[in-house]
Write a protein that binds this ligand. Structure first.
Ligand code: PLP
Length: 393
């Protein structure tokens, strides 16, 4: 009999089990919303990126249903062959207007937008100067580009400057940061980075996945929040988090977007968004413009919950956004915190190495606009009880 050539993977999994880092997928048995059912348990949900509750917003639902009636369920092709419908172009036009840029291209996910863009615009002759905590999709894009990757310590603009000064002036350079860091909830130092990019002739790129719908006027992102319009060459946003549906986009000038139409591999080689997603995203832009009070509610809830955790004595890092990490230390401790919270009806995922550093494992919490004060107080009470039980506070 043939021996299983994949047996080594089983050994890796056994190791994860020994280290108590093996995770079963949690199964959502209801809609993605603030209070939901996961693994047969009714829970306050602090794990989704559904910042504004748009996954279940009636206007998005109706738009998606209408799209299915009018356009069917799929596009049957990549964008560059037969998969560009008039509604794809309309979404890109609406997003460009929203982000105040010349043009936008939509990708199937934020991951595809980052990885597809970085790998398309750079070659092996170029250099990327990248914050050490940038998202995996940026890192993969850098690797695919085969450019030299220079990593600077988190948010350390002076260190980035030193890296750039040591490079030949003629070499093409991309300076890249997350707008909001997904595991810590802090903001990239955009004003200082934009200045550095201008001083040194770097291309400036920001991944605003967690800022879209959250920061800036009507949720335009950190570029708007910091008043950096016109100073960021490549902006990435996602349609999968606050926007409530699925997808990513790149916003910039006409040359950038038309080049990506020709060279970004996920755009060229992967089927375009189904019509239901496209119309749901357009309805989400309407909601951002017509119901800005939802974003206000998100921030009120964020302040209430973050202050509550801090008052209890948890280490919550330097978060400035609705993402608040509760640092537990080693991976097994974070998983224990998460499991015990779950037993009490609070769903907050544990995050361990390799997603975060080995000694900075955490439970990551994200509040949304649709949590009630009762939901959040319930969660804080559970954090207090479990935190004391396992010696975190
Ligand atoms: C900072 C950041 N960039 C990009 C992505 C990818 O976005 P998407 O989930 O739309 O692929 C994520 C999310 O997973 C993220 O956290």
């Amino acid at each position: 009999m043939r021996t299983d050539p994949l047996a080594y993977l089983g050994k890796e999994l056994d190791l994860l089990k020994e280290q108590r880092l093996y995770r079963h997928l949690r199964i959502l048995e209801d809609e993605q919303k603030a209070h939901t059912t996961v693994d047969h348990r009714s829970v306050v949900n602090l794990s989704s990126n559904n910042y504004l509750g748009l996954t279940t917003h009636p206007k998005l639902r109706q738009a998606a249903l209408r799209a299915i009636e009018e356009y069917g369920v799929g596009t049957g092709s990549v964008r560059t062959i037969a998969g560009t419908m008039d509604i794809h172009m309309e979404l890109e036009r609406r997003l460009a207007e929203f982000k105040r840029v010349e043009k936008v291209v939509v990708f199937q996910s934020g991951f595809a937008a980052n990885a597809g863009t970085v790998s398309a615009i750079l070659t092996k002759e170029d250099v990327v100067i990248s914050d050490e905590l940038n998202h995996a999709s940026i890192i993969d894009g850098c690797r695919l580009s085969r450019a030299t990757i220079k990593v600077f310590p988190h948010k350390d603009v002076d260190a980035a400057r030193k890296v750039i000064r040591d490079l030949p002036a003629s070499q093409r350079k991309l300076l890249i940061t997350d707008g909001v860091f997904s595991m810590d909830g802090d903001l990239g130092p955009l004003p200082a980075l934009c200045e550095l990019a201008e001083e040194t002739g770097c291309i400036m790129m920001v991944d605003d996945a967690h800022a879209s719908g959250v920061f800036g006027k009507n949720g335009r992102g950190t570029i708007d929040h910091f008043g950096m319009h016109g100073r960021v060459d490549v902006q990435v946003g996602t349609l999968s988090k606050a926007i409530g549906a699925l997808g990513g986009y790149v916003a910039g000038n006409t040359n950038l977007i038309e080049f990506l139409y020709h060279r970004a591999r996920p755009f060229l080689f992967s089927t375009s968004h189904p019509p239901s997603v496209v119309l749901a995203c357009m309805a989400a832009i309407d909601v951002l413009m017509d119901e800005p009070e939802i974003i206000e509610r998100l921030w009120e809830n964020t302040r209430f919950f973050k202050e509550g955790l801090q008052r209890l004595g948890f280490k919550t890092g330097l978060s400035e956004s609705p993402i608040t990490p509760v640092i537990a230390g080693e991976g097994a401790k974070a998983m224990l915190l998460s499991d015990k919270l779950f037993e009490r009806g609070v769903f907050a995922q544990g995050i361990a190495f390799p997603t975060v550093a080995r000694d900075k494992a955490r439970v990551r919490t994200i509040v949304t606009a649709t949590h009630t004060r009762e939901d959040l107080q319930y969660a804080l009470d559970a954090f207090a009880a479990v935190g004391r039980e396992i010696g975190l506070i």
